[in-house]
Design a protein around this ligand. Structure first.
Ligand SMILES: C[S@@+](CC[C@H](N)C(=O)[O-])C[C@H]1O[C@@H](n2cnc3c(N)ncnc32)[C@H](O)[C@@H]1O
Length: 258
């Protein structure tokens, strides 16, 4: 097997199909609640604090935070489709959450304009080498006020290596079948994702890759981006039932202070 990956895969894969293929993790309110419980437990977060959900996708963490009384939320993501979804949800619910379509490496937002930044749901490690992740985390650092906190949540690469599953499939509703074929290439996992609509045929056949992070790598990222009081832990498993979940059931959580 040799799964070749276009380095820019992440620029177009986060669309309506992603919201189907990853629905078990990113469209499940209960999973989001558990993740937000963790944010609220680990960060000294106050209702008036300004929170940036960097690489925030369709904004599920911000909407949950808002419902808990944290009203100063901003979602930033590269995907125009996901930001559009967030904007629609905000306007439907009449919620004043800011939604920004931009690159997390260079947001053009003002320095020191947030009390907390969250990078949740395995949104790092998409490009080879750590340069891009360091750029994102340095940008998070620039955007935080002194004493502000960054939390990141990524899949546990050591778990993936130890319990490697080269092939998996699951169904979404009655019509959609998601098949994944994977290989480990150095410190990355490469995957081919084939999505089939049983009535209409192939919906997607794309490859992607992600870094296999471990505690040390995450600590190094925090240090390189200028953070202090760094704490990285493993063992966060938001899914209650056993399953593959695209490896989203075994996470590393890191926090660091500016
Ligand atoms: C797996 S999704 C997770 C989204 C969200 N954090 C969640 O948990 O639902 C990863 C997200 O990171 C975003 N992303 C990756 N690299 C980015 C970058 N350089 N700038 C902005 N967004 C980025 C993608 O567009 C995608 O929406």
């Amino acid at each position: 097997m040799n799964i070749s990956v276009n380095p820019d895969w992440w620029k177009h894969l986060f669309d309506e199909v992603y919201l189907l293929t990853d629905a078990r993790s990113v469209c499940d309110q209960e999973i989001t609640r558990r993740e937000v419980d963790l944010i609220c437990k680990l960060l000294p977060i106050k209702p008036h604090h300004r929170i940036l959900d960097l690489c925030g996708g369709h904004g599920r963490h911000c909407f949950e935070l808002y419902s808990r009384g944290y009203t100063e939320c901003t979602i930033l993501d590269y995907s125009a489709y996901l930001i559009d979804q967030a904007e629609c949800q905000a306007s439907e619910k009449n919620i004043p959450i800011k939604c920004i379509c931009s690159d997390a490496r260079n947001t053009n937002l003002s320095s020191e304009s947030f009390d907390h930044v969250c990078i949740m749901g395995n949104s790092l490690g998409y490009q080879k080498g750590s340069e891009s992740d360091i750029e994102i985390m340095k940008e998070a650092n620039r955007l935080l006020r002194r004493g502000g906190w960054l939390i990141i949540d990524v899949t546990d690469g050591d778990y993936i290596r130890n319990c490697f599953i080269p092939n998996s499939w699951h169904e979404v509703g009655n019509d959609i079948l998601v098949c994944r074929e994977r290989e480990i290439v150095g410190t990355y996992i490469h995957a081919r994702e084939l999505v089939i609509n049983k009535k209409k045929g192939i919906v997607r056949d794309e490859n992607y890759s992600a870094q296999l992070f471990n505690v040390k790598l995450i600590e190094n990222l925090f240090v390189s981006a200028g953070f202090q009081n760094i704490l990285v832990s493993d063992g966060f498993s938001p899914h209650q039932k056993k399953g593959d979940y695209g490896f989203m059931n075994h996470r590393l959580i890191g926090i660091g202070r500016k």
